[in-house]
Design a protein around this ligand. Structure first.
Ligand SMILES: NC(=O)c1ccc[n+]([C@@H]2O[C@H](COP(=O)([O-])OP(=O)(O)OC[C@H]3O[C@@H](n4cnc5c(N)ncnc54)[C@H](OP(=O)(O)O)[C@@H]3O)[C@@H](O)[C@H]2O)c1
Length: 316
């Protein structure tokens, strides 16, 4: 799996056309890993960009392409058709990686308020997740994806999945940036041969207002990040990406700005940070989760922490 990918979640302010143009530009510049998802609502446009790139010198097997199963498609009968839909939209015969996007089944309309609760929302029920996972395993067996993985999992959920999976998750996509390093989960997945993919690696500076809370920190303005960046003559984003790759996670920064996505790729391939700089960044973990997942809660009176099994037990 290439050590850096391009994120494609334009949310409600970056159009599918802009994201598709970035995919094409990023592939031309050298990116070889694209992180897609059906819920981002832009796979059909990205498919056009991929088709155009593959008409040139680039070959399908040169690029690592990820897609994800959305929360309202966990039913056994939905998994294979959904994967086929993403393949059709992306104009591909196979995916390199297909992920279960979140471990919770639910439905909510795009852009709904963070305190909206879906009547379909359920906690993590392992037997149900395994029914979904068996279909994920089938996708590998019938050749629609080369690998399968998870996203937004916790240690107790992964322990159960690793116990029962026939095909183990190859990756876990999880929020990772200097102010949110998740050391316990990070060490757990690596110790179990699961690659950590780090989403929001720059601290998601462009996330919509509804996903912000007053306590959120700003990674790229952290004095340690700014200090290292100034000394090296680079943008703090460069430092965040370089740190991620060097720590051993695969960052998937989003950008539709050619200057920015170039910087990010150059950082991934750039000169190593010193041990002292790596240690300084290790010291600015502020346990600041930005993507809290509030809309996936299944009871009215719950707090977002319930999604993340903070005391090591799966919350029901
Ligand atoms: N599995 C999941 O549940 C999950 C959840 C969230 C995200 N993701 C994935 O992770 C990807 C990245 O996460 P994200 O979009 O939340 O956040 P992010 O990559 O941390 O931040 C993206 C923002 O940073 C800006 N940016 C990018 N490169 C920059 C640079 N070199 N200098 C300055 N600013 C820069 C971008 O603006 P410009 O476009 O103007 O450059 C954009 O506003 C998503 O697109 C998606 O593919 C997955």
């Amino acid at each position: 799996m290439p050590a850096i990918g391009l994120g494609t979640f334009g949310s409600d302010h970056v159009s599918a056309d802009q994201v598709a143009a970035a995919v094409e530009g990023a592939l031309a510049f050298g990116y070889r890993h694209i992180d897609c998802a059906s819920v981002y609502g832009n796979e059909a446009r990205i498919g056009e960009a991929l088709a155009s790139a593959f008409r040139g010198a680039l070959k399908r097997e040169d690029v690592w392409i990820v897609s994800k199963l959305w929360n309202d498609k966990h039913a056994e009968s939905d998994v294979i058709p959904q994967c086929r839909q993403s393949l059709a939209d992306l104009r591909l015969d196979y995916l390199d990686m297909y992920l279960v996007h979140w471990p919770f089944p639910n439905f909510h309309p795009p852009g709904c308020a963070v305190d909206a609760r879906s009547p379909d929302a359920r906690p993590y029920i392992h037997d149900n997740f395994m029914r979904t996972w068996r279909q994920m395993e089938k996708l590998v067996e019938i050749g629609l994806t080369r690998h399968i993985g998870t996203s937004n999992m916790t240690v107790p959920k992964l322990e159960l999945l690793l116990r029962d999976a026939r095909i183990r998750p190859a990756v876990n996509e999880m929020e990772l940036h200097p102010n949110f390093q998740q050391p316990e989960l990070f060490e757990f997945v690596r110790a179990n041969g699961i690659e950590p993919i780090g989403y929001s690696p720059l601290g998601s500076p462009g996330r919509p207002e509804r996903d912000r809370t007053p306590d959120d920190t700003v990674d790229l303005e952290d004095p340690v990040m700014v200090g290292i960046a100034r000394r090296l003559g680079v943008h703090p984003a460069w430092v965040a990406i370089r740190w991620a790759v060097q720590r051993g996670q695969t960052p998937i920064p989003f950008s539709v700005n050619p200057r920015n996505y170039r910087t990010n790729l150059e950082a991934a391939a750039g000169a190593p940070l010193s041990d002292a700089d790596m240690a300084a960044i290790a010291g600015i973990d502020r346990n600041c989760r930005l993507i809290k997942g509030q809309v996936f809660l299944w009871k009215q009176e719950q707090d977002w922490e319930d999604l993340w099994d903070l005391n090591g037990v799966i919350t029901q």
